[in-house]
Design a protein around this ligand. Structure first.
Ligand code: HEC
Ligand code: HEC
Length: 419
C-alpha cells in the first residue's frame, strides 16, 4: 500500500512545484510547419502598409488629420455639448468605453467596439452597414442617442469658429454659407429638421451634404493614426519564426494557449491575420441583448450599405466605380442572418465587456461560451462545441492576455488638442 502511495504523492508534489502546464505539454513548443506559418501570419510583422482609401482624397493629408483630431474630441459637436467621439471611444481604453451599451445623449442599442487598426477594415459597424471610415463617422453625429446634432447645425458651428473655419478651408477650399440657412436640418431627422431640409434647394442640400462628408473625411484621416503596438506575442512570433533558441517572450501556459488558439480551439478560423480578424461576418450564437430582438446582422447590414448615399459609389465619394470593389461584390446570402463582424483581439484585456451588446463581462465567460457553442437564436451558430478542459480554458485566456500593448500612435493624437 505504502509503496503505491509514495510515487503518487511524489508526482503530485512535482506537479505542484513545477507547474501543471509544464507536465501537460512536455518540451514546449514543438511547433509544426503549419503552426509556424500561422504564428507568422498573426504577427504584427505581417501587417501590410495601410491600405489606401480611394473614396477619401484627404485620407493621408496631415492637415486633414489635425482637423479631424480636433473634431474627434470636441463635445460641441453634440446637442447637449457633452458628447464627443472620445466620450465613447476613449483612447485610454483602446478606444472603447468599458460599458455594456454605449451612452451618448441617451443610451444606445449596441456595445462600443475598439477603433484600433480599423483602417484595415473594409466594413464598419457590427453589421457592416458602412463601407468607409469617413461615411461611418457621419452617422453618430446625426444619431439621436449619440451626438444628436445635424449637418446644418454643424455648418453653423464650423463656419462661425475661426479656427475651425481656417482648418476646413485649408483642406477643402472656401466654405460658402448658403443664404437663408435654417438653424437645423437633415434628411432623416425629427419633423422640424425634415421640414427645414425639404425647404432647401436640391443644390444647397448637395453642398451641405458635401460639407458634412468632408467632416467625416477629416475624422477618418485622424482615425488612420490609431494603430496597434508590438505585443509580447509579436516578440514571441519573431523568436520562433527566426528559429531562435531564445523563445521566452511567452511563458508555458501562454504557449499552450497559443497552441489551442491555432488548433483545438479553432479560434484562428475567424480571428486570423495580424489584427486577429478575417474582417468577415459570422454567427457565433451570442445571445441577443436583453429586451432587444436578435440582430439580423450582416444580412441587413449589406442592404443598408448599398442604399447609403455616402457609400463608395455615391456622389460624395472620391472613388471611381471601378475602385468600389468591396461594395460592388459584397457577398449576400442567407447564412449572413445574425452574422456580426469578427472583432480584433488585439488589446482584448483592456476592452471588456465583450460582444456586440457587451453581453460577456470577462474573457473567462467568452471562452466558456465558445467551449459550449450554444445554438443561435437566429439561424445557426457556425462554431462547434470544443470540449476544452478547465486548464485548457485558462491557458487560452492566458494567451489572449499577451495581445495587449501601448499603441503605435504618436502621443499627441491620443489626447485632446488645446482648444
Ligand atoms: C454614444 C457613444 C458613441 C459615440 C458618441 C460615437 N460612437 Fe462610434 N460606435 C459606438 C457604438 C455603440 C458602435 C457600434 C454600433 C453598431 O455597430 O451598430 C460604434 C461604432 C463605431 C465604428 C465602427 C467600428 C467597427 O468595428 O466597425 C467607428 C469607426 C466609430 N464608431 C467611430 C466613431 C466616431 C468617429 C465618432 C464621432 C463622430 C463616434 N464613433 C461616436 C459608440 C459611439
Ligand atoms: C466562426 C467565427 C469565429 C470563431 C471560430 C471564433 N470567433 Fe471570436 N468572435 C467572432 C465574432 C463574429 C465575434 C463577435 C460576436 C458578437 O459580438 O456577437 C467574436 C468575438 C470574440 C471576442 C469578443 C471581442 C470583443 O471585442 O468584444 C473574443 C474575446 C473572441 N471572439 C475570442 C475568440 C476565441 C478565444 C475563439 C476560439 C475559442 C474564437 N473567438 C473563435 C468570430 C469567431
Amino acid at each position: 500500500m505504502k509503496s503505491l502511495l509514495l510515487p503518487l504523492l511524489a508526482s503530485a508534489t512535482l506537479i505542484a512545484v513545477v507547474g501543471w502546464n509544464y507536465l501537460s505539454i512536455p518540451g514546449v513548443p514543438a511547433w509544426s510547419e503549419e503552426e509556424l506559418t500561422l504564428i507568422a501570419s498573426l504577427s504584427l510583422d505581417s501587417l501590410p502598409p495601410l491600405p489606401l482609401d480611394p473614396s477619401n482624397l484627404v485620407a493621408d493629408d496631415p492637415a486633414a488629420a489635425e482637423f479631424g483630431h480636433r473634431l474627434y474630441f470636441d463635445t460641441r459637436l453634440s446637442s447637449n455639448a457633452q458628447v464627443a467621439c472620445a466620450t465613447c471611444h476613449k483612447p485610454e481604453l483602446m478606444f472603447t468605453d468599458g460599458l455594456a451599451l454605449a451612452v451618448g445623449v441617451s443610451i444606445g442599442p449596441m456595445h462600443t467596439p475598439s477603433l484600433v487598426g480599423l483602417a484595415y477594415s473594409p466594413w464598419f459597424y457590427w453589421d457592416g452597414r458602412k463601407d468607409s471610415q469617413w461615411a461611418q463617422a457621419l452617422a453618430p453625429l446625426e444619431a439621436k442617442h449619440e451626438h444628436a446634432t445635424d449637418r446644418v447645425q454643424l455648418l453653423h458651428l464650423i463656419s462661425s469658429d475661426a479656427v475651425y473655419r481656417d482648418m476646413y478651408e485649408n483642406v477643402f477650399g472656401p466654405l460658402n454659407l448658403p443664404a437663408m440657412l435654417p438653424e437645423s436640418g437633415m434628411p432623416e431627422g425629427d419633423p422640424q429638421q425634415l421640414a427645414n431640409w425639404n425647404a432647401l434647394e436640391r443644390e444647397t442640400q448637395t453642398d451641405i451634404s458635401q460639407f458634412f462628408a468632408n467632416l467625416g473625411k477629416a475624422i477618418a484621416a485622424f482615425e488612420r493614426k490609431i494603430l496597434p503596438g508590438r505585443t509580447r506575442f509579436d516578440d514571441y512570433a519573431a523568436e520562433v519564426v527566426a528559429g531562435s533558441d531564445k523563445d521566452d517572450a511567452l511563458n508555458n501556459s501562454e504557449k499552450a494557449g497559443l497552441k489551442l488558439f491555432l488548433g483545438k480551439g479553432q479560434c484562428v478560423t475567424c480571428h486570423n491575420g495580424p489584427l486577429f480578424t478575417n474582417h468577415e461576418f459570422h454567427n457565433t450564437g451570442v445571445l441577443a441583448v436583453r429586451g432587444q430582438m436578435p440582430s439580423m446582422g450582416r444580412y441587413n447590414g449589406v442592404r443598408v450599405s448599398r442604399e447609403d448615399s455616402f457609400n463608395c459609389l455615391g456622389e460624395f465619394s472620391d472613388a471611381s466605380p471601378a475602385e468600389c470593389i468591396e461594395l460592388r461584390f459584397a457577398r449576400d446570402a442567407n447564412d449572413l442572418v445574425g452574422a456580426l463582424k469578427t472583432p480584433t483581439l488585439r488589446n482584448i484585456s483592456l476592452t471588456a465587456p465583450y460582444m456586440h451588446g457587451g453581453q460577456m463581462a470577462d474573457l473567462a465567460e467568452v471562452v466558456n461560451h465558445y467551449n459550449k457553442a450554444p445554438s443561435s437564436m437566429l439561424s445557426h451558430n457556425e462554431a462547434k462545441p470544443l470540449g476544452l478542459r478547465i486548464v485548457e480554458r485558462l491557458q487560452l485566456e492566458d494567451f489572449l492576455l499577451t495581445l495587449s500593448a501601448p499603441l503605435a500612435t504618436e502621443q499627441k493624437w491620443l489626447v485632446a488638442p488645446d482648444y
